[in-house]
Write a protein that binds this ligand. Sequence first.
Ligand code: TA6
Length: 287
Amino acid sequence: MDVNQFPTTAVLSDYVTVCELDGIKVVRVVHPKATAAISLFGAHVLSFQPSGKKETIWMSEKADLSGSKAIRGGIPVCWPWFGKAAEPSHGFARSSEWTLNEHRENEDGVIISLTLTDTADTRAVWPHAFHAELLIEVTNTLKVSLISTNTGDTPIQIGGALHTYLNIGDITETTVSELGNEYIEGGVRKPSSGHTRFNQEVDRIYTHANETVMVEDPSFQRRLAVTNQGHNAVVVWNPWKALSASMGDMADDSYQTMVCVESAVYDRSVVLNAGESHTLSTVVSAQ
Ligand code: TA6
């Protein structure tokens, strides 16, 4: 995604502007170390491109950017649950309007802070008080941290994912490795060789992955390192032909240039007592 093409609506600093794209407001970072774009709808990273390198984040050319449904591509913030644990699928955070809380910058990069707190709408689907903050650190790497705080007076159970869509040259040549010895697919636990290639749909929850997962992309002649913390699983997803053709917001062949590597908490396994916080993070680095 070319972040320079959108009309600027506000200048916040030498490196940070706000622009509008269809129905969404986008915080745009243009810094000597990297460029990035973050939608306030969903607190959704749309782009991260380190200086002199290719785009690292995949966006669907058919993504709905009207602000009325979750955006396909980028880094959806799935929260307070992962997948179909409840309705809506992957939680409500990715289709909520977040607030730009703060931006800080220096010669090393820019930090953007977005926040979301409970409202009558969120309590209607999840009856809890919370404060969520997404910190996006744009340097020569991208770090995204989701800090969840229980602001109510009874324990809450949360899950979620930083559902990163990585931009790759060719899925048929791509290998994802450092995935550990077990995954769950279709509810069934299976032994893993620790790496995977792709020739059909892959939708796996790796329960023992290393902290850093590697994506080898010979077509783009690069490796992407994805370093996760605060998670209990790494989810690897590529929808392959039939599923991407069936999705209205993906072009039929667009599965060929993306793979999701997600820092995830499945089974809502984080319990936060009153006042407690949890941080889920992911770092994307192009090598
Ligand atoms: O993280 C993998 C997954 O849960 C898949 O099962 C697949 O459905 C994908 O996320 C996308 O989900 P979405 O709700 O965005 O269509």
